[in-house]
Design a protein. Sequence first.
Length: 442
Amino acid sequence: MNRIQQCFEHARGEDRPAFVAYLTIGYPSLAKSEREIDRLIANGADVIELGVPFSDPFADGAVIRSAAYEALKHGVSLDKVLALAARVRQRHPTTPLVLFSYYNIIFSKGLETFADEAERAGIDAVLAVDLPLEERDELLSVLKPHGMTVIPLIAPNTPIDRVVRSAEGVDGFLYVITVNGTTGVRQELPPELSAHLDEIRAAVKIPIVAGFGISSREQGTAITQGHADGFVIGSAIVRALGEKRTRVKVCGITEADFARAAESSGADYLGFIFAPESPRYIAPEQAAVICGRLSGTAERVGVFVDTPVEEILGIAEQVGLQVIQLHGEYPETVVHRIREAGYRTWVLDNGTDTATEADGIIVDGTDGNRSGGTGRIADWERAKTLIKRGVFTILAGGISADNIRSADETECAVIDLNSSLETAPGVKSIDKLREALAKLYE
């Protein structure tokens, strides 16, 4: 009995449907995918589907398409997914792992090579979205000697005789698509779904699993209990991971070329420092020119130190800022005034728990005299305390390619990169930026 069969037998013994969890591997990063797999298994996921990002995922809805594009942008490949699978297999020797992919990715590697590497990674089955029944044996015949099988996809309009043929020769499960169209959470599923599942279940000898449109374990259990052997949750998991994704702010920008590189490399925020005493100071007119040449995919943050509020608002309008970052002694009336004008506001952590109207708190390094702009490592334990309280926390100070992965593990909302990207005070390096982001997303 293989791992998949054992999994469904165990779920039946507990009189419940099996929970199959799908992730787009590499979104929001490989490290976070791996941690999420551990969390899902610890919380009762019976099977993990490892989604290999693909450039043309026609069967997927907007959430998974977007996740795939992000993962590809960060260089996630089939090889990296298999390497992750091998690490997961070492920690979870009994959990079935299904590789969810488009066939071209597998075929282009070479079927024998793929099967050998997948077996060594601990893969139990392959779901090739675009591989029709008539061509399936090409893959199945190569997988079987390596102890793997295929997972057939069953569309809502698949004739029952074709369903039966799809189940022949495989010892995994049937993935029954619940709705017409692409993946994605639905508020309601077809009323005839239960009867459809009953018909398929009665016709085949392997477990059947319902997928597409299921948003929670409660919904999945309600739909499939007594009608199917399991359910898949995919888009809801991927979307939740995206909401928890650590954003990146690249601060101290003074040059257009670097700003464009930061934006195209995936930075979420671009920071412009309007404090004349800073070596990274930029004049508002220059910042406005740079911003006018950008695509607008990254939000613009203005950093101010003890600047009068009306001057702040004037620069914000001139440059086209979305976020105001305040350093210095600013009363809550200033925070309120800026937010009232339509800008989000981040304030520097003062080490107390005084209530603030600000949208985020920056935990930055200090040199004993001042906080922020020192390039020193911040108090990460303080950041973790704020994060646990649900505070939108920006972690800054001394974050570089060497420690960015550890910074990400704090679960902060934003990682702020600044002086570690420089070759001299105020002179940013595109290579250092790309190195740091590559470390974050690997």
